[in-house]
Design a protein around this ligand. Structure first.
Ligand code: COI
Length: 356
């Protein structure tokens, strides 16, 4: 394994004083990880350096053709003082899935995990300790080769930055209002909707902007072909509790395979609940709301953890879910996941890794 060179900052930054006011993605720690890729040389020169702007040529291909992928994960400071990562190997496997789809050279997942641990150790004093806070880890890879021409880049940069964060949504665990998007689509099968590519998020901005103007927190995307099956929220996967079944859209190439989604499914099944990964249409959702079988709806994601959905607007119809309150299952999933992440609940699944 290559050695990671560490250059410590001579000017550590002032840390945010009030951990209640961290917000999400506002503050960045003192250091970042960098590693270059060059054709013929492969991935090389792994290093931890002071967090600073990156200098790129205006012709760098990431600016023109969007060859960029990222990941999102967190380090948690446990109640026992230990630093834990949650299923990081899953994020790194997904990073390579995204890399493959965007013709980005694959990374060595075991090495990338060591890089994350080394960076987290270097900036360990930035990990917030207040309940509900964590250190968000953002690995990303982008094309740096200067060339105005469309082809897989021959030079790229792998970067990891860290950000102490609170809740992703200002609502916290309070139910969010979601707008079902019927005009724009995020992705279609065969596209890159299953990857964590920046372009997928750029494609979501227009609809998000319009939803925000109408007072909704997020957009719920429908499939791009029939415009009737529920896909994901863009920042989260979604679950619906209908009768005694928990339904989540199946992964068919246009939806991100969330690690929190996967963990929720595994938890729900371990509690003896029936989970169906299948196509779920808006018509079925509206019918379940009308006949009283729709009990809960919630989103799942690394940033958001579990976000109960209190209201959904689809065309002219507005439905309230679970009386607009936090559902029992949403609360149980949130408590269990965060309990495992903060070392308060026994990790019987072996999902966490302690950073020593
Ligand atoms: C995450 O949940 O980690 C994400 O990358 C979503 C992003 C919008 C913050």
């Amino acid at each position: 394994m290559q050695a990671i060179d560490i250059t410590r900052t001579a000017a550590p930054k002032q840390k945010p004083v009030d951990q209640n006011q961290l917000g999400f993605g506002v503050y960045y720690t003192d250091h970042m990880f960098l590693m270059n890729y060059d054709a013929g040389e492969g991935w090389h020169n792994p290093r931890i350096v002071p967090y600073a702007p990156i200098s790129l040529e205006p012709a760098a291909m990431c600016f023109h053709y969007g060859q960029e992928v990222f990941e999102g994960m967190k380090a948690y400071c446990g109640t026992d003082g230990k630093i834990r990562l949650f299923r990081p190997e899953q994020n790194l496997a997904r990073l390579n899935l995204s890399n493959d789809r965007l013709c980005i050279p694959l990374i060595d997942e075991a090495f990338a995990l060591e890089a994350i641990k080394a960076l987290v150790r270097t900036d360990a004093d930035w990990i917030p300790t207040l309940d509900g806070t964590s250190l968000y880890i953002r690995p990303f890879i982008f094309a740096t080769e200067p060339h105005v021409g469309v082809h897989p880049a021959r030079s790229l940069l792998f970067c990891i930055i860290l950000s102490p964060v609170g809740a992703y949504y200002p609502e916290g665990l309070d139910p969010v209002k979601i707008y079902v998007e019927t005009q724009y689509v995020r992705s279609v099968r065969g596209g890159m909707g299953f990857t964590k590519a920046g372009g997928n998020y750029a494609a979501s901005l227009k609809a998000q902007d319009e939803a925000t103007k109408q007072g909704f927190s997020q957009v719920l995307w429908l499939d791009g072909i029939e415009r009737k099956y529920i896909e994901e929220v863009g920042t989260m996967n979604v679950f619906f509790v209908v009768g005694d079944e928990v339904i989540t859209p199946s992964l068919q190439g246009s939806i991100l395979g969330g690690i929190t989604r996967k963990s929720c499914i595994e938890l729900l099944k371990s509690w003896g609940l029936r989970v169906a990964e299948r196509q779920f249409s808006v018509d079925e959702l509206l019918a379940a709301s009308k006949n009283g079988t729709l009990k809960e709806a919630f989103g799942s994601g690394t940033a958001a953890v579990i976000s109960p959905i209190g209201q959904l607007k689809c065309g002219d119809e507005v439905i309230t879910v679970g009386g607009g309150k936090i559902g029992a299952l949403s609360q149980r999933l949130y408590d269990t996941l965060t309990g495992i992440q903060w070392g308060k609940t026994e990790d019987t699944f072996g999902w966490t890794i302690v950073v020593e």
